[in-house]
Design a protein around this ligand. Structure first.
Ligand code: NAD
Length: 295
């Protein structure tokens, strides 16, 4: 069993930390939100007063933060952890960030002789709770081998995409497709309903026809079709519109840097951007349905 410093206890980090506690590890946790720390303490974690304080005695550091700027500031900022982490500690960042940021932090870790991997996840909050996440890893194979037993306690699929940052590149490609699929699924459902169909009947039909996809089968955006998804709960929790917008922005950056064309990814980015500007940034991304729904 390991002693783990876990930083970032949001929609994803909180259930991931709980699964590590259930597996018997000891955790010292930190988040900017006291309520998130309190919840983890109720589940058996120890609280730290700062990210740096969480490092005491930790053999592994895991972070699950919103975006590149948060990760760079946590590891490389004024109170940056990279300069404070004890030699031999394994560092795992599970946030979805730009490949360039992931490489920058990993290079600083390597310069201090620390093993670090980028290990963004797929599978949503449901996957984080159930411990069935997919980890998409970038970094040295030997660092991944050290991390594998812990990742297996939070997920069921572990892929090695390549060197540092490669996990992020693969994750960005996946999420661009997810953003497109969710927008397309919402559009198809809204069209059917506007033309008199029952969304549950149409969902059932499309789930067993060629329009089948993850959004329609497991994360239906239409309220009332499926229990236990954000659409059943006023689009609370889940994967925020602004986080999807961030990932589509990362896809646009990756496309620009290589002159790749992503016409549908750019269209999806504009749709989520409009939706966010209408005040939906904090809702789950399946609320994109509201943008195309006939009022
Ligand atoms: P979230 O906004 O719910 O949680 C982020 C947490 O990080 C918050 O509790 C916040 O207070 C904390 N935080 C921010 N800066 C901090 C700092 N400097 N120190 C300590 N805590 C800090 O986000 P989330 O939905 O949990 O997503 C986290 C990451 O996982 C994002 O990169 C997201 O793109 C990715 N992701 C999310 C999902 C999903 O379904 N929610 C799925 C896959 C990947």
């Amino acid at each position: 069993m390991s002693h783990i410093a876990f930083i970032g206890l949001g929609n994803m980090g909180a259930p991931m930390a709980q699964n590590l506690l259930k597996a018997g590890h000891t955790l010292t946790v930190f988040d900017l939100q006291q309520a998130a720390i309190d919840k983890a303490v109720a589940a058996g974690a120890r609280a730290a007063a700062s990210a740096a304080a969480a490092l005491t005695g930790a053999e592994v550091v895991i972070s699950m933060l919103p975006a590149s700027q948060h990760v760079e500031s946590l590891y490389l900022g004024e109170q940056g952890l990279i300069a404070r982490i004890a030699p031999g500690t394994l560092v795992i960042d599970c946030s979805t960030i730009s490949p360039a940021s992931a490489r920058k932090v990993a290079d600083a870790a390597a310069a201090r002789g620390l093993d670090m991997i980028d290990a963004p996840v797929s599978g949503g909050v449901g996957g984080a709770v159930a411990g069935t996440l997919t980890f998409i890893v970038g970094g040295q194979a030997q660092a991944l081998d050290r991390a594998r037993p812990l990742l297996a306690q939070m997920g069921k699929n572990i892929f090695h995409a390549g060197g540092s940052g490669a996990g992020q590149t693969a994750k960005i490609c996946n999420n661009m497709l997810l953003g497109i699929l969710m927008a397309g699924t919402a559009e198809a459902l809204a069209l059917g309903v506007a033309n008199g169909l029952d969304p549950a009947v149409l969902s059932d039909i499309m789930s067993k026809s060629s329009g089948r996809n993850w959004a329609i089968e497991l994360y239906n955006p239409f309220p009332g079709v499926m229990p236990n998804v954000p659409a059943a709960n006023g689009y609370a929790g889940g994967f925020g519109v602004d986080l999807m917008l961030k990932d589509l922005g990362l896809a646009a950056e990756a496309a620009m840097s290589t002159r790749a064309s992503i016409p549908l990814g750019e269209m999806a980015r504009n749709l989520y951007s409009m939706h966010s500007q209408h005040g939906a940034g904090g809702l789950d991304f399946s609320s994109i349905l509201q943008l195309v729904q006939k009022r």
